[in-house]
Design a protein around this ligand. Structure first.
Ligand SMILES: [Zn+2]
Length: 152
């Protein structure tokens, strides 16, 4: 495929792809290459299109790199908005009432579960492996759902 820069009899410039230079000649002679702006089929090759952004068919600008970063999102319907409120309430209660044990979470959760220390609500950080191990041991842990605000 060859890309040709073309110009119609009225001076409009546009680009089009052709199998070959011969295919271009044949198609133009047959009136099969109309100008996209005015439909005039009298078109000639302009100078070969250099890869320069300018008038006409400029290359689309590269979006900023951040546009590629993706996050899981969901559009909430009425039912889910209620869940969202429950999640928010749950988060507020956890962070307001539960004891923040930080990175000692797994250790502390086991102590509570095994009755080594009095039962209380705690929150903190655990690796996925630790959280999985705790769940397998029957310790009632729950990953705290992230707040949408945390994505900001
Ligand atoms: Zn034209």
């Amino acid at each position: 495929m060859i890309k040709f820069a073309l110009r119609c009899a009225r001076g409009h410039e546009f680009h089009s792809w052709f199998q070959s230079s011969e295919a271009f000649d044949t198609q133009v002679k047959s009136g099969l290459v109309p100008c996209p702006l005015c439909q005039v089929t009298e078109v000639t090759k302009a100078i070969m299109a250099p890869a320069v952004a300018g008038r006409g068919e400029a290359e689309p600008a590269q979006p900023p790199a951040q546009a590629h970063l993706q996050t899981k999102v969901a559009l909430l319907d009425r039912h889910d908005r209620k869940s969202r409120e429950m999640i928010d309430a749950f988060r507020r209660r956890i962070f307001a009432e539960a004891d923040d044990v930080g990175s000692r979470f797994a250790e502390e959760a086991r102590k509570i579960h095994n009755g080594v220390v009095p039962e209380r609500a705690i929150h903190g950080q655990a690796s996925i492996g630790d959280a999985r191990a705790l769940i397998e041991e029957g310790v009632p842990v729950l990953p705290v759902p992230p707040s949408p605000d945390e994505y900001n």
